[in-house]
Design a protein around this ligand. Structure first.
Ligand code: IMP
Ligand code: ZN
Length: 354
């Protein structure tokens, strides 16, 4: 796996024994977006088939350009630029066959213990892979989730290493959001590996009031709920409080919480999903010194350390743990004992399939 940037720098600052410690530590990856974690080699392979079958068009050109951008490394000036990367990736995962290939390779990326990779240890001992179901000319939204579930269930037959979170995009219409939650509930009831629902997408889009009933329905059906929340300084406080009123089990990022929101989060013990490289690269956090993980660790509040999108961010779960352990200013300079405690909090915050 090609790791670059902050995570790579942290990895190279570790002693061999620190690296071995992180590799063997049982870690949960609970915040990884499927289409944001496809290995670049898989996308290149899918693009070859796609460009071959498509007549030359502006979309094929856009796919080519986006792949070149992703291969050479993405520099973002602010978080909104990040979302423009996805339409080209979606072109490549628009059929059940290509989505299945992408899902398999993402599972392998996180869960394979290939001896050539990470000294024979998987990046994660447990993965909750999230994705937003898209309707395409070849798939309904239900078929999209079934395709992802098929691959997850085939990869992890025992059912203790991987599960699926169904994402709702903030831009979804009320009707589509309802359909997506109904699909998630239907598959959970049928015993498929869906364990939760998520709210993601452009952090300033959409009206959050309309989502309340959908997350309520998901909770009543026994699905876990995680919400990307307060990702930017422009997310208004009333919106954040409204999202917190949905009583999510976990929160994505939670970067810009004021004191009222923080109190609510502390009292409800909601686990905060922390994505260090993602925050630094999207420039929502200036430096590790100012990162909100410090606040949660100081207050002994549950957190889980995750990658978010390994494709554009060129990070890995081991790399994110390296950022915890590497000496400051490259990392947070935490001790083995502290890192072990964080890893355990992550494992304890999994959504259970039952
Ligand atoms: P997908 O849901 O498998 O298609 O994964 C990619 C999608 O995840 C993107 O189009 C975004 O909607 C969402 N996403 C990825 N990273 C973030 C993030 O940091 N904040 C909000 N949404 C995100
Ligand atoms: Zn995310």
């Amino acid at each position: 796996m090609s790791v670059a940037g902050y995570a790579a720098e942290a990895l190279s600052a570790l002693t061999p024994s620190q690296l071995a410690f992180i590799q063997q530590l049982p870690k949960a990856e609970l915040h990884a977006h499927l289409n944001g974690c496809i290995p670049i080699s898989t996308l290149q392979h899918l693009a070859k088939d796609h460009l071959y079958s498509a007549t030359p068009s502006s979309t094929s050109q856009a796919v080519k350009e986006s792949l070149e951008r992703l291969t050479s490394g993405v520099t973002l000036n602010e978080i909104h630029e990040f979302f423009s990367l996805f339409p080209a990736i979606y072109e490549l995962t628009a059929t059940p066959e290509s989505l299945a290939v992408a899902t398999r390779d993402v599972l392998d990326l996180f869960l394979s213990a290939n001896p050539d990779r990470n000294g024979g240890y998987p990046q994660a001992s447990y993965l909750e892979l999230r994705s937003t179901p898209k309707e395409t000319p070849r798939m309904s939204r239900l078929e999209y989730i079934e395709t992802v579930c098929n691959e997850v269930e085939r990869y992890d037959r025992e059912g203790d290493r991987a599960a699926v979170i169904v994402s709702l995009d903030r831009r979804m219409t009320d009707e589509v959001a309802r359909e997506v939650v109904e699909c998630a509930i239907k598959l959970k009831k049928a015993g498929r590996r869906v364990v939760g629902v998520d709210l993601c997408g452009d952090p300033l889009a959409g009206d959050m009031d309309s989502f309340a009933k959908h997350f309520q329905a998901a909770k009543e059906a026994g699905l876990g709920v995680t919400l990307h929340i307060a990702e930017t300084p422009d997310n208004p406080v009333p919106e954040t409080l409204r999202l917190l009123s949905f009583k999510p089990d976990r929160l994505g990022h939670a970067t810009f919480l004021g004191s009222e929101e923080k109190n609510f989060v502390h009292n409800s013990r909601m686990c905060v999903e922390i994505c260090l490289s993602s925050n630094l690269l999207c420039k929502t956090v200036k430096s590790l010194d100012e990162h909100h993980i410090r606040h949660y660790l100081k207050h002994d509040h549950p957190v889980v350390v995750c990658t978010d999108d390994t494709l554009p961010f060129k990070n890995s779960l081991v790399g994110e743990y390296a950022l915890l352990m590497a000496p400051a200013p490259i990392g947070l300079g935490l001790s083995e004992q502290e890192v072990e405690r964080i890893a355990k909090m992550g494992m304890d915050s999994r959504f259970r399939s039952s």
